[in-house]
Ligand binder design. Sequence first.
Ligand code: F6P
Length: 362
Amino acid sequence: MTTTKRIAINTGGGDAPGLNAVIRAATLAALDRGWEVFGIGKGYGGFLDTDKIQRLDQDTVRGIAHLGGTILGTTNKGDPFHYPVPGGGVVDRSDEVVASFHRLGLDALIAIGGDGSMGIAQRFVDKGMPIVGVPKTIDNDLSGTVVTFGFDTAVTVATEAIDRLHSTAEAHERVFVVEVMGRYAGWIALYSGVAGSADVVLLPEIPFDFEAVARKVMHREANGRRFSLVVVAEGARLQDGQLVTLGDERQGSELRLGGIGEVVAKEITARTGKESRTVVLGHLQRGGGPTARDRLIALRFGAAAVRAIEAGKSGVMVALDPPEVKAIPLSEAVDRMKLVPRDGDVVATARDLGMCLGDRWD
Ligand code: F6P
């Protein structure tokens, strides 16, 4: 027997290419079952301000699978458990969200987001709201899934940038430092660095030493390779644990990152005498449409989330466990971050290719 349901979808945290593909697939899968679908604007904001709620139908999700951004809007300042108030400070508005969810007569929420959003989802599940999570982040640092959507697009953008910088670096005999995103995990830096044949790759997981980086650059110089490409994740740390940022601006409880590329470039020049330039890829990595791979996984995640709701599941997150998409407990994603394994084969491949990972160069 089929039961008609009312479900809602929201997108939280920084955007990632593929969000609209998830929304489209989840909406079409739900409509196909005769359910009603509502889009909650700006993360949980729509539960607090009903002007931000829209009904989703075939028309609203037509032609959006290949588009970047999110038709629902998103925010990384909307945690209802720590909701910012004008003038500073935070208040707990989570009970208002739960009340609004019930007032709308909803049966389940599909929450699309990264580690922060999955943590919030878990807390709402504990308050009795049925939720299925969908893992999103270009950083690929969510546990429980082999990959998050958005990551492949970010790696593709970064690899293309590294490819393009090779020719100008060689022409001018310069060092180029490419700063990529990756707050806690260096997946984008490592994958794009290896794919783009960088000479140095610096990750949060492998604290680095400027001396090793300078030695690698000078080793190339001595071998007639008068240019170098360095890829650095924004969250890379020095061996003394120091995080390099432009200032101490905060986003919620987190420091706003950015600036390490310039610091690395200046230090390379100081130690080697080589002219260095920095390119910060920033939000280019998550703007624009998803690659076909991200689009496909996002569509699969969206449809799988609806199947999970149909099967009566809650407190789960859909996850890629090749070749299948499965529903795993949300806690598996929330409890720990998925970091680059230092003893993994991609790190080994980088070293075998002669790349310097910042910890040593000999
Ligand atoms: O969550 C992905 C991410 O790209 C991080 O790597 C980065 O620190 C953060 O988003 C920046 O997001 P925003 O500029 O939106 O605060």
